[in-house]
Design a binder for this molecule. Structure first.
Ligand code: SAH
Length: 355
C-alpha cells in the first residue's frame, strides 16, 4: 500500500480532503510521511536550506540572540528553543558561535520542537553533548524566558486554500478522478477567518490560511511577552499571502504536488502578517519584515566571510564565496526569504531587525 492508495481509499469513504489534511499526511504520516521517513536535506536529498549552505547563517542568528539575552540582563535559566531543527546544523552553529558569551550556555535549557523520529535521531547525534530536550507539543515549552529560532518551519505547516467568488469563499479540495488525486472546489460558504481579506482581494483570487501556525505563535509570543526573550523566524513568504503557493520539491526540482504523495517536500509561502497579528494579540512586539540578505548583511556576514576566507583556497574558497552569495543576493535567497523578529514590547528588537 502506498500513501496515494491510502488517500484514495479515505476519499472514497469520507469525501474530499482539504489541502491541509493532504499536506499533513504527506509530510508527517507515521508510515509514509516525507519528514517522518527520511533525511531530505543536502545535495543528495531533495532540497537544501540556509544552515546547510553555510555555517555563517547559524553563527549570525546565534550572535543576534545572545546579544538580546545580554541586553535583557542575562536571564538564568532561559529556554533556547528551535522549531523544526532538521539535521541540527543551525543549533550546532549557533552554539559554537556563542560559546564565548559568558554564562549563555550555562543558563540555556535547550528544547527542540521536532515531529520526525528520523530527524530527532540526527539531531541527537549532532547535539547530544548539550543534552537537549525534545517535544512535539508547543505547550511543553517551559514558562520561562524564551529565545527561539525557526528556519523553514512555518512553510511546512499545513495550509488551507480558498478561492474568492462573488457569492463567498470556495475551499480548494483534493478528491479522486479516474483513480488519481485531483483538485476540486467545495461549495461557497462564508469564512469568518478570512474577513480581513475582503479588503485586499477580489473575486478570482486565491488565499491561504495556516491554522496550525496560530497555537504555535500564541505559545511562543505569550512566553516572550510574560518572561522576556526573543524569536527569529526565517522563512520564504511575504506580508500576506496571495495566490496558490503550494509547492512540491523533489531532487531539487519543482514537482506536481499531487504526484507521489509523501515522496516530495510540500511547502507553502508563509503569511507573515498572520503570524505577526497572533503575536500582537498575545502581547508581543514584532519587527519589520526584513529580507534575509539585509538581515545577514547588517549582522556582518561579509566580515565573517572575509575572516573565514583567510584560511581557505581553491574550491573551498569558491564554495564560501558562492554560499555568501546564495544566502544574501536578492536574486538568490536574499529577498525571497524574510526574517520576522518577536520581542517584549518594552525592550529593543533583536540586532539586524528594526521596530
Ligand atoms: N530548520 C531546518 C529544517 C527545515 S525543514 C533547516 O533549516 O535546515 C522543516 C523541519 O520542520 C523538519 O525538521 C521537519 O521535520 C519539521 N517539522 C515539520 N512539520 C512539523 C510539525 N508539525 N511539528 C514539528 N516539526 C515539524
Amino acid at each position: 500500500m502506498s500513501l496515494h492508495d491510502l488517500l484514495l481509499e479515505r476519499i472514497s469513504q469520507t469525501g474530499p480532503l482539504t489541502v491541509a489534511e493532504y499536506m499533513s499526511d504527506c509530510l508527517l504520516h507515521p508510515e509514509f510521511g516525507y519528514y517522518a521517513t527520511r533525511d531530505p536535506f543536502g545535495t543528495k536529498g531533495d532540497f537544501t536550506t540556509a544552515p546547510e549552505i553555510s555555517q555563517m547563517f547559524g553563527e549570525l542568528l546565534g550572535l543576534s540572540l545572545a546579544q538580546v539575552w545580554m541586553d535583557q540582563d542575562r536571564p538564568d535559566p532561559f529556554t533556547l528553543a528551535e522549531l523544526g531543527p532538521g539535521r541540527g546544523t543551525l543549533m550546532a552553529d549557533l552554539l559554537r558561535a556563542t560559546a564565548g558569551v559568558p554564562g549563555f550556555h550555562a543558563a540555556a535549557q535547550i528544547v527542540l520542537v521536532e515531529a520526525s523520529p528520523t530527524l530527532r535521531q540526527m539531531q541527537n547525534e549532532r547535539l547530544a553533548s548539550v543534552d537537549p530536550h525534545w517535544t512535539n507539543d508547543i505547550d511543553a515549552l517551559p514558562k520561562a524566558p524564551l529565545f527561539l529560532i525557526a528556519n523553514e518551519f512555518f512553510d511546512a505547516l499545513p495550509i488551507r486554500q480558498f478561492l474568492r467568488e462573488a457569492s463567498g469563499w470556495r475551499e480548494r479540495l483534493i478528491g479522486a478522478q479516474d483513480g488519481v488525486l485531483a483538485f476540486g472546489l467545495g461549495a461557497a460558504a462564508p469564512q469568518p477567518g478570512l474577513a480581513h481579506r475582503l479588503d485586499d482581494t477580489e473575486p478570482g483570487d486565491l488565499v491561504e490560511l495556516c491554522d496550525a501556525a496560530r497555537p504555535v505563535m500564541t505559545e511562543v509570543a505569550e512566553r516572550i511577552a510574560a518572561h522576556g526573550g526573543a524569536a527569529l523566524l526565517v522563512d520564504y513568504g511575504d506580508w500576506r499571502s496571495l495566490g496558490d503557493t503550494l509547492q512540491a520539491v523533489r531532487r531539487h526540482r519543482k514537482a506536481d504536488p499531487l504526484q507521489g504523495p509523501g515522496q516530495a517536500d510540500l511547502t507553502a509561502h508563509v503569511d507573515f502578517d498572520a503570524l505577526a497579528q497572533v503575536a500582537a494579540q498575545a502581547g508581543c512586539a514584532y519587527t519589520r519584515l526584513t529580507p534575509q540578505g539585509v538581515f545577514l548583511e547588517r549582522l556582518g556576514i561579509t566580515n565573517r566571510a572575509q575572516s573565514l576566507a583567510k584560511t581557505l583556497s581553491g574550491t573551498e574558497l569558491q564554495s564560501l564565496i558562492s554560499a555568501h552569495r546564495r544566502l544574501t543576493h536578492p536574486e538568490e535567497m536574499g529577498n525571497l526569504f524574510k526574517v520576522l523578529g518577536l520581542y517584549p514590547a518594552a525592550k529593543n528588537p533583536p540586532p539586524g531587525l528594526e521596530a
